[in-house]
Design a protein around this ligand. Structure first.
Ligand SMILES: Nc1ncnc2c1ncn2[C@@H]1O[C@H](COP(=O)(O)OP(=O)(O)OP(=O)(O)O)[C@@H](O)[C@H]1O
Ligand SMILES: [Mg+2]
Length: 284
């Protein structure tokens, strides 16, 4: 579904992506992790065709469409992008428009240009927008201006927009950064559900490794623009993260959570809330 081959990106001397290659199959849910500056956003922006790689880069293919090759973005990128849902933080909502209009605008890529410019949609598109808002639990905000939404609701509106777009790939750049734990779980659960139930391919960049372990079977870890781990998320032990990132590992570790979750996954230790009260009391 996603194929990146020898992608490099240099920003005035900074090598943000370093000869990076990866394959993601249809229906996978993959976490992209890495310390600040490791290249997560740059990779996602390349995947969505917003940035072109260096001229010596190979190719980047999404859903069978060539996004870019040797640093040249496809001329059909607008059309291709209509099948890719991109969720950037606070990036793709128009604050003064209603939530419903924002979500319905997801259909824009599929509408003829003149209709898109006039922002006129038929009943089907509106129905799909309402269904998408319902799916992510923000239907009651439909009539509100987007700028009045909480950050978590904005993320959900952006996901609803991707659904209206009928995207089969969702690329989400740190959709849970700056969210409280409950909203973060909520957003991750929505992505997880879309992946599991609707078969969407999801790539999500995350700062916290514990969310990757919990929601994404596979993690790709970046360090200075290079892939330093690609495999089952449960293998990302604190020790391995320290080996890869040294002092930067703490940034990715909600330490106590990671240890706890890894133990849970690997040793089948019952979760705290599943531990019988008398057992927990005995442990004190
Ligand atoms: N437009 C740009 N101009 C110059 N340098 C850039 C630009 N965009 C990214 N970089 C550099 O490329 C590197 C990778 O940045 P990127 O934003 O992809 O990292 P990130 O992993 O998303 O970090 P964060 O976790 O802080 O969001 C950094 O060194 C950054 O400073
Ligand atoms: Mg980033």
């Amino acid at each position: 579904m996603i194929s990146v081959e020898n992608l490099s990106k240099t920003f005035s001397g900074t090598r943000a992506l370093n000869d990076l290659s990866l394959e993601i199959e249809k229906g996978e849910m993959v976490a992209l992790i890495g310390a600040s500056g490791s290249g997560k956003s740059t990779l996602i922006r390349h995947m969505s065709g917003l940035v072109e790689g260096d001229p010596d880069s190979g190719s980047l293919i999404l859903g069978g469409h060539l996004i870019q090759r040797r640093g040249v973005v496809s001329k059909r990128i607008r059309e291709i992008r209509s099948g890719i849902g991109v969720v950037f933080q606070g990036f793709n909502l128009v604050g003064r428009l209603s939530v419903e209009t924002n979500v319905t605008l997801g259909a824009l890529g599929r509408a003829p240009l003149w209709r898109a410019l006039l922002a006129r949609f038929d009943g089907k598109e509106r129905e799909l927008a309402l269904l998408s808002m319902e799916k992510v639990g923000i239907l009651e905000t439909a009539g509100r201006k987007a700028h009045t939404l909480s950050v978590g609701q904005r993320q959900r509106a952006a996901i609803a927009r991707a659904l209206t777009q009928k995207a089969d790939i969702i690329l989400a750049d740190e959709p849970i950064a700056s969210l409280d734990p409950e909203s973060a779980r909520n957003v991750m659960e929505i992505l997880h559900k879309l992946n599991r139930e609707d078969g969407l391919t999801v790539v999500v960049s995350l700062h916290q490794v514990d969310y990757a372990i919990r929601y994404c079977p596979r993690t790709i870890a970046l360090n200075a623009g290079t892939i330093c781990f690609d495999g089952p998320s449960v293998k990302l032990t604190p020790a391995l993260l320290r080996e890869i990132y040294g002092g930067n590992a703490n940034e990715l570790l909600g330490i106590e959570h990671v240890t706890e979750k890894r133990e849970r996954a690997e040793q089948r230790v019952p979760r705290f809330e599943e531990t019988p009260a008398h057992f927990a009391a005995a442990a004190l």
